[in-house]
Write a protein that binds this ligand. Structure first.
Ligand code: NAD
Length: 264
């Protein structure tokens, strides 16, 4: 088995489900030690963690740190550094969604979305960059969204956070530009069929009294010209490429992987 990331340490926020779990699996298969983070059924999380160790021969940790809580984030970073060494690959992926018109958008949902989808990345980046600089290698990959580049109605907090993380990515790209092999990029996926999107499909089907198939085609994928979901394996391959030496001149970029959505 080719293990291009052998002995690298990768932390993926929000990796107990969906895209994050897929990316963590891809990084583990490439040989990286993994820190899983997020919420969910503890027995499933422990099964994923221990399977990484037994089947892939890497070390895998789990942190339940809540990405709304800066102290918990700093504890997760310190625990990682103490147990596995400094972080080489940081994937800021944790995210939630809430859909409502701005006048009725709950303030606590706005605060949670900004904290999880944007501010947590500020905390993880500032804590991991010194170790990357000591090692002369670092890859920071922020999972933004096509909604980091264009807007849709009723998603004010999500779109503000995703545009914000694209701006943060550009800034860190400039701040690391003089470091030989440290980069920071954002990936901007179109729709990926994960629990986050399954919830939207169900809500929209109820709200519009439509079948789930019609919601997928006419609502969810309305703006995505290729009319199909992006595969998690496509995102994994892009992340693995960004982690390679061949990608060391990608820096501060926001890379759409959206079936043509943002080409309009
Ligand atoms: P998901 O709901 O399947 O996974 C979200 C993950 O974040 C889970 O592991 C969850 O436990 C974790 N999480 C939620 N709140 C947290 C908190 N307070 N602290 C720590 N972890 C927390 O969603 P997904 O679709 O896999 O989304 C992952 C990322 O990809 C998000 O940033 C999302 O915005 C982005 N994204 C998703 C899509 C899509 O269509 N699914 C498209 C573009 C971008």
């Amino acid at each position: 088995m080719v293990r291009p990331l052998a002995d690298k340490v990768a932390l993926v926020t929000g990796s107990t489900s969906g895209i994050g779990l897929g990316l963590a699996t891809g990084l583990a298969k490439a040989g990286a030690h993994i820190v899983l983070n997020g919420f969910g059924d503890m027995s499933k999380i422990e099964r994923a963690r221990s399977t990484f160790e037994t089947e892939l021969g890497i070390r895998a940790l789990y942190s339940a740190a809540d990405m709304r809580d800066p102290d918990a984030i700093m504890q997760m970073m310190a625990y990682t550094e103490k147990t596995l060494g400094s972080i080489d690959i940081l994937i800021n992926n944790a995210g939630i969604q809430y859909v409502a018109p701005v006048e009725s958008f709950p303030i606590e949902k706005w605060n949670a979305i900004l904290a999880i989808n944007l501010t947590s990345a500020f905390h993880t980046i500032r804590a991991s960059l010194p170790g990357m600089r000591r090692n002369g290698f670092g890859r920071i990959i922020n999972i933004a969204s096509a909604h980091g580049l264009v807007a849709s109605p009723y998603k004010s907090a999500y779109i503000a956070a995703k545009h914000g993380i694209v701006g943060l990515t550009k800034t860190i790209g400039l701040e690391t530009a003089q470091d030989e092999n440290i980069t920071c990029n954002a990936i901007c996926p179109g729709y990926v069929r994960t629990p986050l999107v399954e919830n939207q499909i169900k809500e929209q089907a109820q709200a519009h009294k439509m079948s789930e198939e019609d919601v997928i085609h006419d609502v969810i994928l309305a703006a995505q010209p290729n009319k199909r979901f992006v595969g998690i394996e496509e995102l994994t391959d892009l992340v693995l490429y960004l982690c390679s030496d061949s990608a060391k001149s990608f820096n501060g970029a926001a890379l759409p992987i959206d079936g043509g959505w943002t080409a309009r």
